[in-house]
Design a protein around this ligand. Structure first.
Ligand code: DHB
Ligand code: FE
Length: 283
């Protein structure tokens, strides 16, 4: 049976793509952010997962306001990136794992998650940049197969934190029942607090972010006490992307099943409070 070896949650910001393309990692603005990834890269090099389930939110590249699934799962042989208009280079296509995709889809639908299944799917910066941050030397050949899981944070109504937590639990159970000798890492991308639009543009809530990060260690369902509207008030209109962290952490199981190996938090990257956490599954 397959095994979840751990989980990684990180922010995603288009400007990271420009910094990587320009080789700015050691500049004063970027260093505290990029340096945070070294221990995670090292852990990945040691643990060598076979597959990454990447929980992220599309920003209009694959889904737009005309058709917006609440939850979508990729089931494609590969996933291409494309120009989103941010002026960042596109990254090489990511290999899929259709066997895990369809197993996840079967299991999640059986547990009453009504999914959109995507046999073609473009992946945007929320998927590609975390992959590049985690495997900076991948070149053309990514070292893991991937299964994208997309949660709507764009077109209201959005799924609640409680619903995303249950989705994550179901993903964790589905991976554990996948009949494959594979090591799986679960990645969640988005957040932490940020707001790109309106009167509160630039809004960041450090104390909430730190409490949230702490909750993923000590009480992973903590954020489910808040409604989507309350989370947006607390973290900003795009801070709601923390739903990806809630789902990814839920996939790893309870407080006794994981240990936190690393965390980093840095303000700001563009408009965003950038967070990063690495969890390893206990044997
Ligand atoms: C920014 C952050 C995001 O999460 C995103 O998707 C786009 C832009 C930003 O801070 O600039
Ligand atoms: Fe985003």
């Amino acid at each position: 049976m397959a095994r979840i070896v751990g989980g990684i949650v990180t922010s995603h910001v288009p400007a990271i793509g420009r910094a990587i393309a320009g080789g700015l990692q050691q500049e004063a603005y970027w260093k505290p952010f990029f340096d945070g990834f070294a221990p995670v890269q090292q852990w990945l090099a040691e643990v060598k997962p076979d597959v990454a389930v990447v929980i992220y939110n599309d920003h209009g590249l694959n889904f737009f306001l005309d058709k917006m699934p609440t939850f979508a799962v990729g089931a494609a042989p590969q996933y291409s990136n494309a120009d989103e208009g941010w002026g960042i280079p596109t990254l090489p296509a990511f290999p899929g794992d259709q066997d895990l995709s369809w197993h996840l889809i079967e299991e999640l639908v059986a547990k009453e998650f009504d999914l959109t299944t995507c046999q073609e799917m473009l992946v945007d910066h929320a998927f590609t940049l975390p992959m590049k941050l985690l495997w900076p030397n991948a070149g053309e050949a990514w070292p893991v197969r991937t299964v994208p899981v997309c949660i709507n944070t764009v077109q209201h109504p959005l799924p609640s934190a409680g619903r995303c937590f249950k989705l994550g639990q179901a993903i964790g159970e589905a991976v554990a029942s996948w009949d494959a000798d594979a090591r799986v890492v679960v990645i969640g991308t988005g957040g932490l607090s940020h707001q790109l639009d309106g009167e509160r543009a630039g809004f960041i809530n450090k104390s909430f972010d730190l409490e949230f990060m702490d909750s993923l260690v000590n009480d992973p369902a903590w954020a489910t006490r808040y409604s989507v509207e309350e989370l947006i008030e607390l973290t900003g209109t795009q801070g709601i992307e923390l739903l990806m962290w809630v789902a990814a952490r839920a996939a790893l199981g309870g407080v006794d099943q994981v240990r936190k190996l690393h965390a980093n938090y840095h303000i700001p990257i563009s408009n965003t409070a950038a967070g990063l956490m690495l969890f390893e599954s206990k044997d």
